[in-house]
Every structure is written in C-alpha cells, then in structure tokens.
Ligand binder design. Structure first.
Ligand code: FPP
Ligand code: MG
Length: 346
C-alpha cells in the first residue's frame, strides 16, 4: 500500500487520551472534544478529510484543549459544557492548521514520528487544507455565537502568523538576540496558550482579574513549553520526540540554548565562524557538526541557561493562579501542567 493510501485508510482518531494523571479530572471532557474533532474535520472532499484525519490521528498532547477545559473548570465547575467543548475543539483545529502550514514553511518531513502532510500530499494541497481547518475553527466558534471567544481566537491567530513571519525574518541570522527569540515564541506559542486559558475563563464568566491571571498563567506556561521544546530539539531522543535531532539548526534557527552560548564566543574563536556559517547555510551542516554545536552549548552552559529561564516561567505561571483561584483539583492540574511542560520528553 502506498503511503498516501495508508494515510487515507486512517481518517478517524481513536488516540488514547495522554496518560498523565493531572488530566484525570478532565478525561471525560477530553474524550468529548476528541469526538467533536472527529466530526468537525469531516468533508466530502476526500483529500481535505484525509489530510485532516492524518493530522488529527497523529496524536499530539491536546495541550491547548486541556488549557481551555482546565481554565474553565477551575473558575466554575458547572460550566456551559457544549460551548466549552466547541471552543476546546476550535483551538485544536487552529493548532492543526498552524502545524500543517509550519511544516510546509519549514520543509519538515517528519512530525510525531510520521511523515508530514506536505511529504505525503505535497505543499499546495497541504496549505489549502491548513486554510480549510482554520476556516472550520472559525465556523465552529461562530456557531456557538460567543463574540468574545471569536475575538480572542482572531487575536491569537494574528499573533501566530506574526510570530512565524518574525521567525522567518530571523532565520539564518547567527546574531539573533534573546529579545527577538522571546518576541517570536511569545507570539507563535505563548500568546496562543494564553488565549486558550482566557477563553476558558470567559466561558466560565470569570472576573476581569481572574481572566487576566489565567491569561498571564497561559503566557508563562507557553514560554516554558516552547523553551522546553527548543531544548528537546537538541537533547531529546528522536524516537520519543518524533522529529530528528537538530531540526532547528537544520532550519537555520537560533534558539535560546544556542543564543546563550554563541554570544559568549570570542571573535577569535573558530567555532564562532563555524556556527555562523552553519546557521547562514544549513545545507553545510553534517551530523558531526550538530554534535559539535551541542558540545559548544554544553561548554558555555547554554542548556542550563535555557532551562533556568523555563523554570522561572513555570514558577511565574503557578504564582499567577495559586492565590486567585479557589483550591480545586483543576487548579492543582493547572499547576502540574506547568511542571509537565518543563519535564516532558516529547
Ligand atoms: C511550530 O513551531 C509552529 C508554530 C507554533 C506556529 C505556526 C504558525 C503558522 C504557520 C502561522 C499560520 C497560522 C495558522 C493558524 C494557519 P516550530 O517550527 O518551532 O516547532 P516544530 O519543531 O514543532 O515544527
Ligand atoms: Mg517547524
């Protein structure tokens, strides 16, 4: 069977809910979201359905729906479930759309241990199915009729796109600053997770102060999550992360561990010129060169530096909610989610 045919036979997602105990209080909610996602991606245009199904069934952590659900439940347990499930599904549709587009932009051939949509179906149709999923998310949110949620989703999507444009502009620049790095990840990842938490708060009719606190929690969680992702790119096991080691380097991207190490290299240090050359022209990067970059980052404590930054964001995230939200299993789960972002291996 060809890879296209294989992907087309598996349109429905029957993925297990992630086995992390802090998601136990929302297992039933996550299952309802999974059912909704399977319904929403259906199309009688076979390729649109096939690519959406391929992306949905690849799994993923469902972090963004979990952020909506936990935020909503942490404010008010008796929440408007159908509207919240629709919003939690809509954020996953936006996320799926952004990953399909991102894999085209980054020319990625593997995600979550499986060939990407662009590899199986080509760039043209992948971009269009990304558009299809984004449109589906707007349609779903519009059907629920909560204007404030649509406003937050729109703002988040603008930020996602700006972050990705900024990232492309910085690609190939070895002098990318820490400030630019944070600007990029704030927009492309953290702003989105902040929006998920804010939507949960809005749907549970949180006070403006609690709504802001949950949004700030999400922003810090998102920053920690993306820094951890960038650490895993260098240090993770490709069999567990589902993507090859050193992918960011291969894309000419300077991420926090490398930024922290590179700026300490003296102008006379031959490694400075070498790393600049690889970032500017990643085609010249060999597996040995990747190992050399990793060794240099180790030598200059770049991994410790990035990890410390992520640890600070986790503490910041937790401090936003511990005093403002009433004690509950959902608030505990939000705190555990922040720690999970840091300790994850995939
Ligand atoms: C993954 O980053 C990509 C993102 C977090 C955002 C992608 C956003 C767009 C393509 C803008 C268009 C948005 C929509 C809604 C259609 P990464 O490349 O660092 O992570 P990776 O290693 O998982 O690919
Ligand atoms: Mg990418």
């Amino acid at each position: 069977m060809s890879s296209v045919a294989a992907a087309q036979t598996n349109l429905e997602s029957d993925r297990p809910i992630p086995l992390v105990s802090f998601l136990d209080p929302i297992q039933a909610d996550l299952a309802a979201v999974e059912t909704k996602l399977n319904e929403e991606i259906r199309s009688d245009v076979r390729a649109a359905y096939a690519i959406s199904g391929h992306t949905l069934s690849a799994g993923g952590k469902r972090l963004r729906p979990a952020a909506v659900l936990l935020s909503a439940r942490s404010v008010k347990n008796a929440f408007p479930s159908q509207t919240v499930y629709a919003s939690a599904s809509a954020v996953e549709l936006i996320h799926m759309a952004s990953l399909i587009h991102d894999d085209v932009v980054d020319n990625t051939d593997e995600r979550r241990g499986r060939p990407t949509a662009n590899v199986i179906y080509g760039n043209q149709i992948s971009v269009l199915v990304g558009d299809y999923l984004l449109a589906k998310s707007i349609y779903l949110a519009a059907r629920e009729g909560v204007l404030e949620v649509i406003r937050i989703f729109s703002k988040v999507t603008v930020g996602l796109s700006e972050g990705e444009v900024l990232q492309i502009t910085a690609q190939g620049d070895p002098n990318t600053s820490e400030e630019t790095y944070f600007d990029i990840i704030k927009r492309k990842t953290a702003g989105f997770i902040a929006g998920c938490c804010e939507v949960g708060a809005v749907l549970s009719e949180a006070s403006p102060v609690v709504r802001q606190a949950l949004s700030d929690y999400g922003l810090s969680l998102g920053l920690a999550f993306q820094i951890a992702d960038d650490l895993l790119d260098f240090l993770g096991d490709p069999k567990v992360t589902g993507k090859p080691r050193g992918s960011d380097l291969r894309e000419g991207k300077m991420t926090l561990p490398l930024i922290a190490a590179y700026r300490q290299l003296g102008d006379e240090d031959i490694r400075k010129e070498q790393i600049a050359g690889w970032i500017q022209d990643p085609e010249t990067l060999t597996p040995e060169a990747i190992e050399q970059v990793v060794a240099t980052i180790h030598e200059f404590n770049g991994f410790e530096y990035a990890r410390a930054a992520a640890v600070r964001q986790v503490a910041e995230a937790q401090s936003q909610i511990t005093h403002l939200l009433p004690a509950s299993q959902y608030r505990d789960s939000l705190c555990s989610l922040a720690e999970y972002a840091l300790g994850r291996t995939s």
